[in-house]
Design a protein around this ligand. Structure first.
Ligand SMILES: Cc1ncc(COP(=O)(O)O)c(C=O)c1O
Length: 430
């Protein structure tokens, strides 16, 4: 078979998958070890046809796939790999550029800088920030902590008790002290209840993982400035919402941030992985990360993006983000986000009026936190039952020590019918 024929078959597989993904059980219905047990323990001695890969994908792997592209995937933060993003990934692999220097791919470097500028404009960020792409928000936040430690010479990370665990992990890897502020009744960081005076970095979150709550960024900015600390804003999920002017209330104070992370692979229709990291202090990033050995020296006076983060080699991720921004446009992105917020508000309204159910946190963006009356064990069992149906997939968190269900809308294929189905399945499972 030729590349063209195999490629046509793979594309047909992808198109067919996206058409039928809603009919598959959203959560993989296998036990640990099941998939590996069905695969040969040793690698092949001789070349196999690509068609065998597609066959095994269907027969062996697919039962072990949890379908993130499913319209009833409501767990964690639901995502979408849109068609332009998928096709661009193929082109990224085809070009296989390794953009560690400008000259190793001028287009990669310049498109990444341009695309990050475009996205900054779409989100309403201040002009002139330097943006580059990392793989994940965890890496973006780790890189930022490295810079903050480097420029302040301090060793303390301050965040709220609802900050994402990637902040804890960064602090642990860097052997920094982690100081967590308590939250108020709406799960927002209480900046005045934590000592920031010796902080290297204050991390404020817009759209926390458990409830999508919004830390008071202006207060955090004030405290960070007074203390001479770096301010990092983690808007990994919710930053995407700023593409809609009516959802920009939560951007207040972000203009005073030293850095900001928004994951395009969460709520901006871009396939995993594409974490967008901006900074208003690009010289500090460069100072912390730039290390150019002799064999990488070139005569051009240009920026190499490897000087702004831990990795040397970089993928042509900008191509997929560029494809998404062009093929959807501002209004296409806005339409997707508005619809998700509308559906979440609708779901919330159903829970509110249903006896025996309760909304347990203010709804922000497209995330609803709720529970059924009864014990934690009963709610946990309810979640396991609904997920086992294969009809829907939700995840949980704990708020104030209580077990809580989370329904997050973020897949472009999700319709009102899907959200209604989720509610029917939940009520039937009680
Ligand atoms: C607020 C927040 N920050 C950071 C992350 C980590 O994202 P990533 O998987 O890209 O590291 C998440 C993941 O859900 C998140 O919700």
């Amino acid at each position: 078979m030729s590349f063209r024929e195999d490629g046509a078959a793979a594309l047909e597989w992808a198109a067919r998958y996206l058409e039928r993904v809603g009919e598959l059980p959203v959560l993989a219905q296998v036990a640990p070890g099941d998939i590996r047990a069905r695969l040969p323990a040793a690698p092949p001695e001789h070349a196999e046809p690509f068609a065998d890969i597609l066959r095994d994908l269907d027969e062996v792997l697919l039962p072990g796939v949890t379908h993130w592209q499913h319209p009833r995937f409501f767990a964690y933060f639901a995502t979408t790999a849109s068609e332009p993003g998928i096709l661009a990934e193929l082109l990224v692999a085809t070009l296989n550029n390794v953009g560690f220097l400008w000259r190793t791919s001028p287009a990669l470097t310049e498109l990444e800088l341009l695309t990050m500028d475009w996205l900054a404009q779409l989100l309403g960020l201040p002009e002139g920030w330097h943006g580059h792409i990392e793989d994940t928000a965890s890496t973006s936040t780790l890189a930022t902590c490295i810079v903050a430690k480097h420029v302040t010479g301090r060793n303390v990370v301050v965040c709220s008790e609802h900050a994402h665990s990637s902040v804890d992990k960064a602090a642990r890897m860097l052997r920094m002290e982690l100081r967590k502020a308590p939250v108020d009744g709406d799960f927002r960081m209480r900046v005045d209840h934590v000592d920031v005076s010796d902080a290297a970095i204050v991390v404020a979150t817009v759209g926390t993982t458990s409830t999508a709550s919004i830390d008071p960024v202006p207060e955090a900015a004030e405290a960070a400035r007074d203390a001479g600390a770096w301010l990092h804003v983690d808007a990994a999920y919710a930053g995407a919402a700023w593409v809609c002017p009516e959802l920009r209330e939560s951007i207040a104070g972000v203009e005073r941030a030293d850095s900001l992370v928004v994951n395009a692979h969460k709520w901006l229709l871009t396939p995993m992985d594409c974490s967008c990291l901006w900074t208003s202090r690009s010289d500090d990033f460069r100072d912390a990360f730039s290390l150019v050995p002799e064999y990488l020296r070139t005569p051009e006076e240009v920026t190499s993006l490897s000087e702004f983060g831990p990795a040397l080699g970089r993928r042509f991720r900008a191509l997929k983000l560029w494809a998404v921004l062009r093929c959807f446009g501002r209004d296409g992105l806005q339409a997707a986000i508005r619809e998700h917020v509308r559906l979440a508000a609708l779901f919330e309204s159903w829970v509110r009026v249903e006896p025996g159910w309760e909304v347990v946190a203010p709804r922000h963006f497209s995330l609803v936190c709720f529970r059924r009356e009864g014990s934690d064990a009963e709610n946990e069992a309810l979640l396991e039952r609904v997920n086992a149906t294969g009809e829907i997939f939700l995840s949980h968190t704990k708020l104030g020590g209580r077990y809580v269900l989370r329904l997050a809308i973020g897949n472009a294929r999700t319709t009102e019918v899907d959200v209604r189905r989720a509610w029917d399945v939940l009520r039937a499972a009680r």
